[in-house]
Design a protein around this ligand. Structure first.
Ligand SMILES: *[C@@H]1O[C@H](CO)[C@@H](O)[C@H](O)[C@H]1NC(C)=O
Ligand SMILES: *[C@@H]1O[C@H](CO)[C@@H](O)[C@H](O)[C@H]1NC(C)=O
Length: 426
């Protein structure tokens, strides 16, 4: 069967439903080709539009992505010339018989005879989103969304109270008035069945880029899209008023919707907000690293300062001995004068020139760094706790990496252990 119109004679080819399954007289439903704008099939019930297939996009009707799934069985031919607009189909050679039926409840059904019975390969309307105008002007229907109806970006529900009650047929209104001139831009609504085109202008010869320029330069153009999706999209459909009956579909088309720049920038603002947040986080992190580095650097400096201060202290406050003096006192650090070993050094018994007996503690050279710290601790501690029960520090000697402490020598063994103990405990 054929649907369409002979444009010369005005003859319309349409299909009516049966009144009922066993009454072939014309029923309530009829499908006709709407030849205005970009032609498409409409199902009418008495005087009201119930379903539209969406305009032919070169491969299929825009709202019927599943038509392509049985192209191997049925060949579709869409003709749009100055003489006629028509849609016909033919079973492919060797394929089972098929037919397009408008059943008595107003559904279009593509039936294929499988040898025993008629199988429904395709039917429309497929869901609530296919019911004409489900989400009203500038609404967009999402059959798999938690909420079926939404507004196109840049639009808000015309009647929020009605929308809350899930009556979206009032549609949406622009949230910001168009500036016209250079003040507008286009938002790409992806993957949709194109809105109704009967008020739109169609130029199959224009490129999509040219289409964008035309729409951009005409203030009353509200949206544009390619009229043929083949080859990345060619041809031009321009809408000049409401965008009616738009829905998301698989393999849907891009629709470029005119918005005021400020509405377009909502997205950009969001993005730049994100950029600001990321920048803030990075800055905070960098600052943290910096202050951590500063703390570490100050610690290191403090430590080296401590060492310097300590050297000053040792040189300034302690009685310092020359290495030669101590060498003489201990017979050149002779092993026979060794009276003990600690973790960080060896202690020798020595005798000064004036006859005073001393204990000379020589820190191991290999441990000079750690020994220096221990050295400071020991000098600090002993200097502070000059006490008659403690061995008395007489002085010290620093010579290159040599660190030497000179104590009063006491024969009491427990005090010897104290000297070594200082190191052995740590
Ligand atoms: C008409 O077709 C639709 C879609 O296939 C189906 O759900 C419905 O039951 C059919 N109605 C009748 C009366 O056969
Ligand atoms: C804008 O487009 C409409 C519809 O095609 C047309 O009538 C009108 O002249 C155009 N305006 C301009 C400024 O081109």
């Amino acid at each position: 069967s054929r649907a369409g119109q002979d444009l010369r004679t005005g003859v319309v080819w349409s299909v009516s439903s049966w009144r009922s399954a066993d009454d072939p007289s014309p029923g309530d439903f009829r499908y006709v080709m709407d030849t205005r704008g970009s032609p498409e099939l409409h199902v009418w019930r008495n005087g009201s539009k119930r379903y539209r297939t969406g305009p032919w996009n070169g491969l299929r009707f825009s709202g019927c992505p599943d038509m392509t799934t049985f192209e191997d069985l049925v060949e579709f031919r869409f003709t749009h010339t100055a003489d006629e607009v028509s849609f016909v189909y033919r079973d492919r050679v060797g394929s089972p018989v098929s037919r397009l039926v408008l059943n008595e409840s107003g559904a279009m059904q593509r039936m294929v005879w499988d040898g025993a019975l008629w199988r429904v390969f395709w039917s429309g309307p497929r869901d609530q989103c296919d019911i004409y105008g489900a989400c009203g002007p500038f609404g967009v229907c999402n059959a798999v969304g938690a909420v079926m109806c939404g507004c196109i970006k840049g639009f808000i529900p015309s009647s929020p109270a009605e929308w809350r009650m899930r009556n979206a047929s009032g549609g949406c209104a622009r949230s910001t008035v168009l500036q016209c001139g250079g003040g507008d831009g286009f938002y790409t609504l992806r993957g949709v069945k194109l809105p109704e085109t009967h008020g739109s202008s169609v130029d199959a010869g224009a490129s999509l880029a040219e289409c964008g320029r035309r729409c951009s330069s005409n203030c009353s153009c509200t949206a544009y899209a390619a009229s043929d999706i083949r080859g990345g999209g060619t041809g031009c459909i321009q809408w000049f008023g409401e965008l009616m009956d738009t829905r998301f579909v698989d393999d849907g088309q891009d629709l470029f919707v005119r918005l005021a720049m400020s509405d377009l920038h909502l997205e950009t603002t969001k993005t730049s907000k994100l950029v600001v947040i990321i920048a803030a986080v990075i800055t905070a992190f960098a600052l943290l690293l910096l202050s951590l580095g500063l703390v570490i650097w100050r610690k290191i400096r403090q430590r080296s300062k401590q060492v310097t201060n300590f050297d000053d202290m040792v040189r300034g406050e302690c009685l310092t001995y020359h290495l030669e003096t101590l060498r003489d006192a201990t017979d050149g650090f002779c092993p026979k004068n060794e009276i003990g070993r600690g973790g960080f050094g060896i202690v020798y018994k020595g005798q000064m020139e004036d006859g005073q007996e001393v204990a000379v503690k020589k820190l191991s050279a290999g441990n000079s760094v750690q020994g220096l710290k221990e050295f400071k601790n020991e000098v600090d501690l002993i200097a502070k706790l000059q006490h008659r029960n403690l061995v008395r520090l007489l002085g010290c000697c620093i010579h290159c990496s040599e660190r030497i402490l000179v104590y009063e020598y006491m024969s009491n063994k427990s005090l010897d252990t104290f000297i070594f103990g200082m190191y052995d405990v740590s």
